[in-house]
Ligand binder design. Structure first.
Ligand SMILES: [Mg+2]
Length: 512
């Protein structure tokens, strides 16, 4: 580690670099000519000392609620909730369960080799928000400009070197049609990438990468898209079994959240209407809510809709809403003409929900964890206000609050500025110093990435830009937090004010 000490005297400025305890004077007297190498090293030391003298930023509150848009809760009369990962937060045991069930189905239904049973789940290998390239068989992280984050591209469990990534894609920016498809007239093309924006997709990615790695190591030829579809279908078709297993032992899979009941109580005491719209089946939701809120949980909700099939619930115009008979575990054929408290509904559309209740527009605040299925359409099509519940935020904020992270992030910013200011030095001895700075910058960038997740880094950022995932999330969420219980600290008339975001040209201005 290099330590700098700047000595300022009447007739000389010198900079002492202490490397591994050995002091070396690298600055010189003002009265003799500096070598440009000395000048560069002195600039480095000055910057380092300035960085040291800066006060590190204060900690971010991990239980905070953060605003992307101004949201006045006194305008909100109706609170809607998704269930999975919004009200129910799962323990890591659920990821293991989904992985194991999916792995069994791969074997039984798709005849995958029995050796894959030995492939154990690797928790924390993947993060939410990655893309899977179905053509090239790569799992990778994109930023909001569709640029690949080098160092965050994996084939199986193996990192793909940056030069190979560049060779494969010919560019670090991926064309939008490749990522999202192209539906323009005469140009129709299918997306080659799948965005994994759901927390349920994390164990899916774990299984996909484990099996791909097994195939590669054993020289077994595979088609990346077929593998992707088989894994996806296996894990998703295991959901009914997962629902049964979890419902029988909710304590093992769901994190308790005693403040949830207090939050519902606060909303009810303030004459707010509550509704639940979930894709999960009633018996599964009921078991979880019994544990989380109590056996009388349905008394808090004016409308409960299960098996909603979001995002279709928010996008389709005609799909009848039906009454669910919880005793017979089936739905009833009669037409629904009103929505009543205490009755469980099934399927339907948001149009029916709005028509039958009169709830619409900005008086509705809907909480969900999925940026597309939960938040996109209600924002874009129906003008509802939205709250995103992002579990990963706790880990992300705790990482931001680490002293070493703050030091590294602070120094990275200043070192980058130093490089930018001195990039036109071109003599060999100058280039040598600049190369050292660039190497240190690369080291810092990787340190900052790896503390979030060694393979893929932060869910919200690539090295410096917002990720593809976070850009989508912030576009569709008015507020976001890691747990719904954090809303309990705010009154039902609270206004959330967004902070003034910094644009590149504003960075040095006085109000930042
Ligand atoms: Mg959910």
């Amino acid at each position: 580690m290099s330590v700098c000490k700047l000595v300022v005297g009447i007739n000389k400025i010198s900079c002492i670099s202490l490397t591994n305890g050995n002091a070396k004077k690298i600055g010189v007297s003002l009265f003799r000519a500096f070598s440009s190498r000395d000048l560069l090293k002195e600039a480095y030391c000055r910057t380092k000392l300035k960085c040291r003298s800066k006060k590190l930023p204060q900690d971010v509150n991990p239980t905070g609620v953060f605003a992307c848009n101004e949201l006045d809760l006194s305008e909100v009369n109706v609170y809607g909730f998704d269930y999975d990962y919004t009200l129910a937060h799962y323990k890591p045991s659920l990821e293991h369960l989904l992985y194991n069930l999916g792995r069994e189905i791969l074997l039984e239904k798709y005849n995958y080799p029995p050796e894959i049973l030995k492939l154990e789940y690797k928790p924390n290998f993947a993060v939410r928000g990655l893309h899977y390239d179905i053509e090239k068989g790569l799992l990778l992280k994109l930023d909001s400009f569709l640029q690949i984050q080098f160092g965050a591209v994996y084939r199986g469990l193996t990192q793909v070197p940056s030069d190979e990534v560049l060779k494969l894609y010919k560019n670090r920016i991926i064309p939008i049609a490749y990522v999202e498809g192209d539906n323009r007239a005469h140009k129709s093309s299918r997306a080659k990438m799948v965005h994994l924006a759901d927390l349920f997709s994390v164990p899916e990615m774990g299984l996909l990468c484990n099996v791909a790695e097994y195939f590669i190591r054993n020289h077994i030829d595979y088609h990346p898209e077929i593998l992707f579809l088989d894994v996806k279908n296996s894990v998703q078709s295991s959901h009914p079994i997962m629902h049964k297993v979890v419902a029988q032992n909710v304590q093992e899979y769901i994190r308790p959240n005693p403040e949830l009941r207090n939050y519902f109580q606060m909303l009810q005491d303030n004459q707010k209407k509550l509704f639940l719209v979930t894709n999960s089946p009633f018996h599964f939701v009921n078991a979880g809510m019994d544990m989380l809120v109590g056996h009388d949980w349905r008394d808090f909700f004016d409308v409960v809709i299960v098996n909603a099939n979001k995002p279709k619930f928010f996008t389709e115009v005609s799909r009848p809403i039906r009454v669910f008979d919880k005793n017979a575990n089936t739905h009833i054929w009669e037409k629904v003409t009103s929505l009543e408290k205490g009755i469980i509904y099934y399927e339907g559309t948001v149009k029916q929900l709005q028509d039958l209740t009169g709830w619409s527009g900005h008086q509705v605040l809907y909480f969900g964890d999925h940026p597309y299925s939960d938040l996109a359409d209600v924002t874009l099509e129906h003008g509802w206000r939205t709250g995103a519940i992002i579990n990963e935020l706790t880990h992300e904020i705790n990482t931001l609050n680490m002293h070493s992270f703050k030091e590294n992030a602070n120094w990275l910013q200043m070192l980058t500025q130093l490089i930018e200011d001195h990039q036109d030095y071109k003599r060999p001895e100058e280039l040598e110093v600049l190369a050292q700075w660039m190497a240190e910058r690369d080291y810092l960038r990787n340190e900052i990435k790896a503390v979030f997740n060694p393979q893929f880094g932060s869910v919200f950022r690539t090295y410096h830009n917002p990720t593809y995932f976070s850009r989508r999330l912030f576009r569709f969420a008015d507020i976001y937090t890691s747990n719904i219980k954090h809303l309990l600290r705010y009154s039902t008339t609270h206004t959330f004010y967004p902070r003034r975001g910094v644009m590149p040209h504003e960075y040095g201005s006085y109000f930042v």
